[in-house]
Design a protein around this ligand. Sequence first.
Ligand SMILES: [Zn+2]
Length: 302
Amino acid sequence: MKVFYNEAYTAAAHAFDTTRKSGEIATAMDEGCAPGCEVVDPIDFVDLAEELIEATHAPAYVEALRTGEPYDLAGSQGFSWDEGIWDMAVNSTAGVLAAVDEALATGGSSGSLSSGLHHARRAGGVGYCTVNGLAMAATRGTELVSGTVVILDLDAHCGGGTNELIGGDGRILHLDLSTSSFDSYSPDGDDELTVLHGPSDVEYLEHVHGCLGRIPDDTGLVIYNAGMDPHPGVSAEGLAQRERLVAAWCARNSVPVAFVLAGGYTWGITMDELVDLHLHTVRAFAGHPSRAAREPSVTGRP
Ligand SMILES: [Zn+2]
């Protein structure tokens, strides 16, 4: 399974989990912590990423991310601006687009070590989210597949930025299960937002089951925002089980899936523990090979 990442994901000078953890996870993967996975540079998708960022976000905000002016807008996600922020935004978006492309090409799973996406609005960043790669990937997905594109957002916080950007798009179904009301919103159409307060693992996983049950039969692509920040309220084992549930559902229903990391912070846990949490996502999806790998081809060749 290909997982997309390059060093530009960590190009921002502002050191924070969102701007650093992908590098730690890529290193762990290079050291063999996620068998069956290959870390791949999404460089071929950088031009498309720039184009989509310009089409999705307001010109003044895009200019601020590029130049640092005005300073408040350039740092609206909560980071001090430097020129690495633009590189990070473009390459981390390229990774999500590459993962979508790969998932559709194989009919299986792919991912990107991108995080900080779902709060970003058209006109600015919010809550450590710079540009909204979920909304961009989903919109691109509607051009590549027939049927529904599902954004499954299991990050602890609500995806108000995603709702602002794609809420009115009838081809995209946004299913959002949160454990914090930060960035809550009124869902459009069939979109659903559920906020649980202090759920047990059992209650949380029941709701994950419920979300998976609402994915329509005609779904051609799932984009999964696999935040680990329901922890520590939800246990590490509960989140590992969540990842296996989502991966198994996608494999069983032969729905291509592209995942991203999303939230997960070293607040009360070490970076090694945070890396381990995110590796649950990578391992769960790597454990479910693509249709092409599962089924022998007609000619009997690989
Ligand atoms: Zn979050």
